[in-house]
Design a protein around this ligand. Sequence first.
Ligand SMILES: NC(=O)c1ccc[n+]([C@@H]2O[C@H](COP(=O)([O-])OP(=O)(O)OC[C@H]3O[C@@H](n4cnc5c(N)ncnc54)[C@H](O)[C@@H]3O)[C@@H](O)[C@H]2O)c1
Length: 350
Amino acid sequence: MRILITGNMGYVGPTLVRFLTAQFPDVELIGFDTGFFAHSLTGAQVLPETLLDRQVFGDTRDFQSELLHGVDAVVHLAAISNDPMGQEFEAVTTDVNCKASVRIARLAAEHGVRNFVFASSCSMYGAADGGPRKETDQTNPLTAYARSKIGTEDDLRDADLNGMVFTSLRFATACGISDRLRLDLVLNDFVACAMTSGQITVLSDGTPWRPLIDVEDMALAISWAVNRQAGNGGAWLAVNAGRSENNYQVTDLAEAVQRLVPDTRVSINKDAPPDKRSYKVDFSLFKSLAPEFLPRVDLDTSIKRLINGLDRMKFNDSDFRNSPYMRLNMLRHHMAEGRLGKDLRWSRSA
Ligand SMILES: NC(=O)c1ccc[n+]([C@@H]2O[C@H](COP(=O)([O-])OP(=O)(O)OC[C@H]3O[C@@H](n4cnc5c(N)ncnc54)[C@H](O)[C@@H]3O)[C@@H](O)[C@H]2O)c1
């Protein structure tokens, strides 16, 4: 089986590559990435891309279809991948996350690719009072990032995809250790705060709901989707990827970290206005379609792996929210140095 992974040099990619090579020893893997964060390894002993058969550098907006020859499955991770970046680069977010994604999916279908896996996000449920959201419920996107994920799903929903099986995995919020760690994710942020300053400050009143999924379990879900058959869920499928038990309130997360990092204080801003981004998600469809691929990494294990990973890195930067471990800071840094334009294309003159 030959799999093309776009956006493989980010947070999820290295874990996915390791998982797929272990799961499918004969798999041939091609990576495609523009490399915004390629140099930012966190404790890895070896470049994660050495596990690939081929690494291609390029921008998905200029994607050339030759790369699809002989490809059985595409895993499309490449994206401007969180709310703050989407807010700062709104037009680029639409172009990269939606327009380029739809174009690549259509090209893949034309080239006879069997399965296309799109990394979508539960953040499209946005402000969701009441019960857990199902795939058939109304979405309520609050950000350009969330809208871009819905746009891609919608544009492909009724498209003629030449028999290609399309799976949009609406992932819960990611957490956990990776060879390219991010600290702009709620659980990762709390662990880093606890370890560097002994203090977790919850900026909201702590009540918002956030479903979580460990990066390793994202890889597990993807390993299901690359082989999914149309008879199991339909040729076009959008499914919440996670586990119902992993719907947490932000306070629960802070307290779980406090239990595992000794001497951590937690302060909650009880007077903060309610954070609108709050959603509980129903993962029962995923459970029924992929019972053997449900998340396995529990919250405490994710936290312990983060603690070990940060320890290995000898991480002690209590000012990490101003560091390149926040993706937006990394992009701003590239731009300040003249390497990257406002359109998030590399500048050759820098
Ligand atoms: N991390 C999460 O919480 C989470 C949750 C749900 C869904 N997702 C989705 O999963 C996917 C992977 O997430 P991640 O956390 O690894 O993101 P990331 O930002 O760490 O990595 C994204 C990768 O895409 C690449 N990329 C961005 N624009 C590109 C372009 N125009 N051309 C080529 N490459 C480009 C970047 O260089 C980077 O290596 C994304 O689509 C994201 O939206 C992530």
